[in-house]
Design a protein around this ligand. Structure first.
Ligand SMILES: Cc1cc2nc3c(=O)[nH]c(=O)nc-3n(C[C@H](O)[C@H](O)[C@H](O)COP(=O)(O)OP(=O)(O)OC[C@H]3O[C@@H](n4cnc5c(N)ncnc54)[C@H](O)[C@@H]3O)c2cc1C
Ligand code: SF4
Length: 510
């Protein structure tokens, strides 16, 4: 029986049971296609990373004897569309059966179901063998519960997978060391330089340009540094465990003018493309932690495990529970448009200049930059979540809808009305100043609320609370903020709101 098996660009799991033995009757098909380069305007480094990773995956498995049919973007016979690619491959190989791995995106899931319904040969689908949870596990876990608080899911996962748990109790005495993950980085301890894998990617850039694919952001085509092969990703994981993990938790939320990556792992692309599995990442980190020759505090390790076993699996579960309605949610009815500086980084607000500039230059920003700088500003200026989503989905190398939209529309923009976050992640300059060096180098004063030099975040923050007051009146977690708002002198609030209105009207002037 001849079988065609589809491998999508984010299904680069070499350890999948599909590849455990070579079978000459099976043809694997992969394609660089316009359908995928064009559904949003991606960062140039993101497109480059996916093409390089896909090619390397195909090379590795071909060299082990598996049959591959690979369409490069500029191949004359590349139909650029998934349905056509599948039907052409079936015809070419005279296949009796079509098989695919379940996609992680709703869009592709629907498309593959539709394609299969019109095939006149047998078809089947398989799990990706990547995640800890199935698509519906989170939904089942929260059935009958009032709120989907991540912490309870995380504890269940720790117990279920027997991870840092002894007799059902957390190792070290605490389930969560979040409180100790909040230090500002002041130059010490030294940050090891990021692991780079320098490549000349001129050929791929030319391919993308010649095809007229619209992209965003910048790239140095002579020295593309992201890990994209299995070997490079494993080496990045090893580097993380040995060099960065010892301080990961402490500085997880810190931001610095001159440091893009701090102690972060940069493993999200490797995991989201499934080059590395979350299980092998966590196993490597725990092995390193339990190695008697290392002396790493449990808070560093727990902080990392929580992101992957907790947040990453939680976001995937929320996505499959809430889609497709989730994509339409706009609870706060925000309708403004993104400022131009999201595409240039040109703004006098230093925190945004740095966080957006870095996103455009490196296709990377860490969690707190995404949440408390860029996302915070977007929410305070009441930007349409569709616009915010499109930007986030395009700009980051790790952005795939299942993990992008839940973080952006949900956690960061509160557009889901509190499914993911129990309160909106908004702050004045106070938080940004506490966690970063940005304010010290800014045109604006982080302590002032009004006047030409006052930090825009300050007036925007109080304006947001005042404008959305009705919406949050029953949210207990907002009580303290609302009490402070209610105590504010009316004239002062009016002045603050006047300034906020000017910023919202023309953010590019600030
Ligand atoms: C508004 C917003 C948008 C985001 N969009 C994405 C996205 O498109 N893709 C993406 O992978 N992550 C996204 N995140 C989560 C997080 O910012 C990135 O996973 C992280 O910055 C990637 O860098 P790292 O690998 O160095 O992470 P580290 O800080 O080293 O963390 C380790 C790993 O934990 C996982 N992780 C951490 N936080 C989260 C989270 N909130 N949700 C899911 N996984 C998490 C990631 O796999 C990450 O690689 C977003 C966060 C916010 C606030
Ligand atoms: S003062 Fe305001 S705008 Fe400037 S860096 Fe601080 S928070 Fe950002």
């Amino acid at each position: 029986m001849n079988i065609v098996r589809l491998v999508l660009g984010d299904q680069l799991n070499q350890n999948h049971s599909w590849f455990s033995s070579v079978n000459d009757d099976i043809t694997y098909v992969m394609a660089e296609m316009r359908q995928e380069t064009d559904y949003v305007k991606h960062h140039i480094q993101k497109v480059t990373a996916f093409f390089l990773a896909m090619r390397s995956f195909k090379e590795d498995l071909s060299s082990k004897g598996h049959n591959f049919l690979y369409y490069q973007l500029n191949d004359k016979n590349n139909p650029q569309d998934l349905e056509q690619i599948i039907s052409n491959t079936i015809a070419e190989t005279n296949a009796d059966k079509f098989e695919y791995q379940l996609p992680d995106e709703y869009r592709l899931d629907q498309q593959l179901q539709q394609i299969c319904s019109s095939l006149d040969i047998a078809h089947d689908h398989y799990d990706t063998e990547h995640f800890y949870t199935t698509r519906s596990e989170l939904k089942d876990f929260y059935t009958g519960k009032k709120q989907m608080v991540m912490e309870s899911f995380y504890r269940m996962m720790r117990k279920k997978h027997d991870m840092m748990v002894q007799n059902d109790q957390p190792e070290g005495g605490k389930w969560n060391y979040d409180q100790s993950n909040r230090n500002k980085w002041k130059g010490q301890p030294p940050i090891p330089k990021e692991k780079e894998f320098i490549k000349n990617v001129d050929e791929i850039i030319e391919l993308i340009k010649n095809a007229n694919v619209q992209t965003m952001g910048n790239i140095d085509s002579k020295s593309f540094a992201w890990p994209v092969t299995r070997e490079e990703c494993l080496s990045t994981l090893d580097y993380f465990c040995k060099q960065l993990l010892p301080h990961f938790g402490d500085y997880q939320d810190a931001m610095h003018d001159d440091e893009k990556f701090l102690f972060h792992s940069r493993l999200s692309f490797a995991m989201n493309a499934k080059i590395l599995s979350p299980k092998e990442v966590i196993a490597a980190v725990l092995d390193h932690f339990y190695d008697t020759t290392t002396d790493i505090n449990i808070s560093q390790v727990e902080g990392f495990v929580r992101q992957i076993l907790g947040w990453r699996e939680y976001m995937r579960g929320v996505y499959w529970k809430e889609m497709p309605e989730y994509k339409q949610l706009n609870t706060l009815k925000n309708t403004n448009t993104l400022p131009n500086f999201f595409w240039t980084g040109n703004t006098k607000m230093n925190c945004l200049k740095k966080a957006i500039g870095q996103s455009l230059d490196a296709s990377y920003a860490h969690h707190i930059q995404r949440l408390m700088v860029i996302g915070n500003f977007s929410l305070l200026t009441q930007i349409d979540p569709d616009e915010v989503d499109r930007w986030y989905l395009g700009v980051y190398i790790d952005a795939i809808e299942w993990v992008e939209i839940t973080n952006t529309r949900g956690m960061s923009q509160f557009a889901d009305g509190g499914i993911v976050a129990t309160k909106p992640y908004v702050s004045s300059a106070n938080y940004i100043n506490k966690m970063s060096t940005y304010c010290g180098n800014c045109h604006y004063s982080h302590t002032h609320k009004i006047g030409e030099k006052a930090c825009p975040f300050n007036s925007l923050y109080w304006n947001f609370l005042a404008e959305k007051k009705e919406h949050f009146k029953d949210n207990q977690r907002m009580n303290m903020m609302m009490a402070l708002l209610n105590k504010m002198d009316g004239n002062k609030l009016a002045e603050i709101q006047e300034r906020a209105a000017k910023i919202i009207e023309n953010p590019d002037a600030f």
